[in-house]
Design a protein around this ligand. Structure first.
Ligand SMILES: C[S@@+](CC[C@H](N)C(=O)[O-])C[C@H]1O[C@@H](n2cnc3c(N)ncnc32)[C@H](O)[C@@H]1O
Length: 255
């Protein structure tokens, strides 16, 4: 990794270290209700109905979905570059009494043996990678033949005036109605850092489909996350609901 590359990764890790303590308190990050937990389980059973799969959760953060997969009977490895996110993940896994391997590993270059996993999963990660295309190529290497990459992401800032107005309105509500700092718990990337990320406002579905097909993934499919989003909205304060109407998707492809 070149020096500037290393610097980008260190900055990203630092930002998430700072967000680690409050990350799970946000609806859309931490699972807020049994209804939401059940909705996630239903969608994942639809995407991969088999049990006992070996899952690599890339950029696992506080391990919220790693733990869910483990509860569903899968064998999970979670990797992240933020030590503090991993620390939270490890103590949660202990509290939930699930056995998950958490490791500090760069998502763009997971150094596992070829064909080690049935599923490479990630949520809310692609947007914060400097080289999402390289990452997807390397994920394919660690997947067994027939294994699937499963990606959940979205576009929350397409640079439009509408997005800017929504964000300003949301911040104002957080400040005035909830009397909280609107930026607390958000990673707050600088403009310079954002400039080194090709999808800093979120990775568009069409682009991710393009990455998957150019990497040779087949049977590329998207799944509806309406039920999950509905349950998340029930737990969101108005300020977050104002923001939450962005493109959001689950897409998967088979090796
Ligand atoms: C928005 S959080 C999502 C966490 C988790 N996937 C979830 O959905 O709850 C993004 C996570 O990606 C991690 N991350 C960012 N760049 C990474 C990289 N190059 N390698 C591994 N993890 C990375 C961050 O540390 C952070 O924990």
């Amino acid at each position: 990794m070149s020096a500037p590359e290393l610097q980008i990764k260190e900055l990203v890790a630092h930002k998430w270290d700072l967000a680690s303590e409050t990350f799970d308190t946000h609806a859309g990050h931490g699972i807020q209700s049994e209804k939401e937990r059940d909705a996630w389980k239903r969608i994942f059973r639809e995407v991969f109905p088999e049990r006992g799969l070996k899952i690599l959760d890339v950029g696992c953060g506080t391990g919220e979905l790693s733990i869910l997969f483990s509860e569903m009977g899968h064998e999970v490895t979670g990797i992240d570059i933020s030590r503090k996110m991993l620390k939270v993940a490890k103590s949660k896994a202990e509290a939930f009494r699930v056995d998950i391997t958490f490791e500090e590993v760069d998502a763009e270059n997971p150094h596992y043996d070829a064909s080690s996993f049935d599923i490479v999963f990630n949520r809310h990660l692609l947007w914060t990678l400097p080289h999402p295309d390289t990452a997807i190529k390397n994920w394919k290497k660690v997947l067994r033949k027939g294994g699937r990459v499963v990606i959940i992401d979205g576009v929350w800032d397409n640079g439009s005036l509408e997005t800017k107005i929504r964000r300003a309105g949301s911040d104002l509500l957080t400040l005035l109605v909830e009397r909280k700092d609107p930026r607390k718990g958000h990673c707050g990337y600088s403009e310079k850092l954002k400039a080194s990320l090709p999808h800093a406002g979120g990775a568009p579905l069409e682009k991710v489909e393009e990455y998957l097909s150019s990497t040779g993934f087949e049977d590329i499919r998207t799944f509806d996350l309406k039920e999950v989003i509905g349950t998340q909205k029930e737990s969101m304060p108005l300020s977050e609901r104002v923001l939450s109407s962005y493109q959001y998707y689950l897409v998967c492809g088979r090796k």
